[in-house]
Design a binder for this molecule. Structure first.
Ligand SMILES: [Zn+2]
Length: 397
C-alpha cells in the first residue's frame, strides 16, 4: 500500500504535465504529420509547439499554442519544417489558440539566409488564422515567425568576437533546464571602474531585438578608433541570451518555470535572473565597478526606447536625451519613439537597474518587421553615439 501513493502522485504529475501542452482534439504533436507529398516536423531548435493535422494530400493544419495557459503575451510563435518528397505545392494553415496572427512568415533553406513570404505565397491572413501556399522543390524548408536565432548562433557569434578581441566568454549560470547562460566580458585596458551592462533575449520570439543587440555589441568590439578608445576606458558586460530554454523550446514569453523573466528583476526567483543578480553583486559589491549605463534589447510592434522621464534623468549631461537626439540626426530613415516612463513597482530590468544604481536604464525595442538592414545600420549608429557620449562625459570623473 505504501508504494501506491507516490506512484499515483507521479502519475498525476505526468498527466498534468501532458495536459498543459496538449493539442486540441484530433491534433497531435508526435504522430507523423505526413502525406505522400511531404511531411511536416518540429524536431529542431526553436520550433514551436504545434498540433498538426493532415487535411488532404497537400494541406496541413497546424494549431499554434503557448507554453503556458493563457493569459500570456500575444506573441504566437511558430516554426516548422516542410520536407517535400518531390517538387510539390504545399498549403499550411496556421490556427491560433484564440490569439492574433502577429509574425509575418519567413522562409529559409539553410537557417542562415531568410526571406519574407511573398504576397502570392500568403493565401489568407486573418486575425486568428492564416494560410500559406509554397511551391517546393525536393529540399526541406523552414518556415518561421522570425529568423531562428538559437544557441548555436549565439555560441558562434560570441566565440568569433572573443577570438578577435580576446574578451572572454564565461558561463554566469544555468537555465532551469541546465543550459548555459553566457557573458561576453571586455575588461577595460586602462585602470577604470566604469562599466556598461547589456542584456537580451529575455523574451524568446523577440528576434529583431536580438539582431539589434548583435549589431550593437559587434560595433563595440570592432577594431575601429572609437571602439578601441571605448574599450580602453570602459568594461563591457554583455549577456545576450538570457532565456535559452524558452528560445530552444519555441516559447512565446516565459522560461520553463512559467515566468516572464522581465517581471522577475527584484524577486530573482528563477535561475536565469538569479545569474544576473549574482553577476551584478560581484561586479559592483565585490569588485567596486561603477555601472554607468544599462540597455535591455526587446521587440514589439514598433521601434521605441522606454526610458526614464526627463525629470528622472540620472546624468548631469542628459545621456538619454542626447544619445537619442544624436543618433536620430544620423538616421533619418529609422523611425523611433522615446517613451518616457516613471519607475513603477513592475519588476522589470529597467525599473530594477534604475532604482538600484541610479543610471540610465533603457529598454531598446525594435519593431517585429523593421527592415533587417536598417536594424543592422541603426544598431551600429546607436552604439557609436553611445560610445562618443560616454567617452566625453564619463571618463574625466
Ligand atoms: Zn520583450
Amino acid at each position: 500500500m505504501h508504494n501506491i501513493k507516490p506512484i499515483s502522485a507521479l502519475l498525476l504529475i505526468i498527466l498534468v504535465c501532458a495536459c498543459a501542452h496538449q493539442a486540441p482534439k484530433g491534433l497531435s504533436y508526435s504522430s507523423p504529420c505526413e502525406t505522400s507529398l511531404a511531411s511536416l516536423d518540429t524536431k529542431f531548435s526553436g520550433a514551436g509547439m504545434h498540433g498538426c493535422k493532415v487535411l488532404d494530400e497537400q494541406t496541413f493544419l497546424i494549431y499554434i499554442t503557448p507554453e503556458d495557459e493563457p493569459p500570456i503575451n500575444p506573441s504566437p510563435w511558430y516554426a516548422f519544417r516542410l520536407n517535400p518528397k518531390q517538387a510539390a505545392t504545399i498549403n499550411v494553415r496556421l490556427k491560433y489558440a484564440g490569439y492574433d496572427h502577429r509574425y509575418q512568415p519567413k522562409l529559409s533553406e539553410d537557417l542562415q539566409s531568410w526571406r519574407r513570404l511573398t504576397p502570392e505565397e500568403i493565401v489568407r491572413q486573418k486575425k486568428t488564422n492564416a494560410e500559406i501556399k509554397l511551391q517546393l522543390t525536393d529540399k526541406p524548408v523552414f518556415v518561421s515567425g522570425q529568423e531562428l536565432l538559437t544557441t548555436e548562433n549565439y555560441d558562434t557569434w560570441m566565440d568569433k568576437i572573443s577570438s578577435a578581441t580576446r574578451a572572454p566568454v564565461s558561463i554566469i549560470g544555468k537555465s532551469l533546464k541546465g543550459r548555459d547562460i553566457k557573458m561576453l566580458y571586455s575588461p577595460a585596458s586602462e585602470k577604470t571602474n566604469n562599466t556598461i551592462v547589456l542584456v537580451g533575449r529575455q523574451h524568446p520570439p523577440e528576434v529583431t531585438g536580438a539582431l539589434a543587440m548583435r549589431s550593437f555589441v559587434t560595433t563595440l568590439m570592432l577594431n575601429e578608433e572609437i571602439a578601441n578608445q571605448f574599450r580602453e576606458k570602459f568594461n563591457i558586460v554583455a549577456v545576450p541570451f538570457m532565456n535559452p530554454d524558452g528560445v530552444e523550446l519555441g516559447h512565446w514569453r516565459h522560461n520553463t518555470g512559467g515566468m516572464d523573466l522581465n517581471r522577475d528583476w527584484g524577486p530573482f526567483s528563477q535561475p536565469e535572473t538569479q545569474a544576473i543578480k549574482n553577476l551584478l553583486d560581484e561586479l559592483v559589491d565585490n569588485q567596486g565597478q561603477k555601472l554607468v549605463l544599462f540597455l535591455d534589447f526587446h521587440s514589439t510592434n514598433r521601434n521605441v526606447f522606454y526610458t526614464q522621464t526627463k525629470e528622472d534623468e540620472s546624468t548631469s549631461y542628459d545621456f538619454t536625451g542626447n544619445w537619442l537626439k544624436n543618433a536620430r540626426a544620423r538616421l533619418p530613415e529609422y523611425e523611433f519613439e522615446r517613451a518616457e516612463r516613471h519607475n513603477s513597482d513592475l519588476a522589470t530590468s529597467k525599473n530594477y537597474m534604475y532604482a538600484r544604481f541610479n543610471i540610465p536604464a533603457i529598454t531598446y525595442e525594435l519593431g517585429d518587421e523593421t527592415d533587417r538592414k536598417l536594424i543592422q545600420t541603426s544598431g551600429k549608429v546607436f552604439a557609436e553615439e553611445m560610445m562618443k557620449l560616454l567617452l566625453e562625459h564619463e571618463t574625466e570623473k
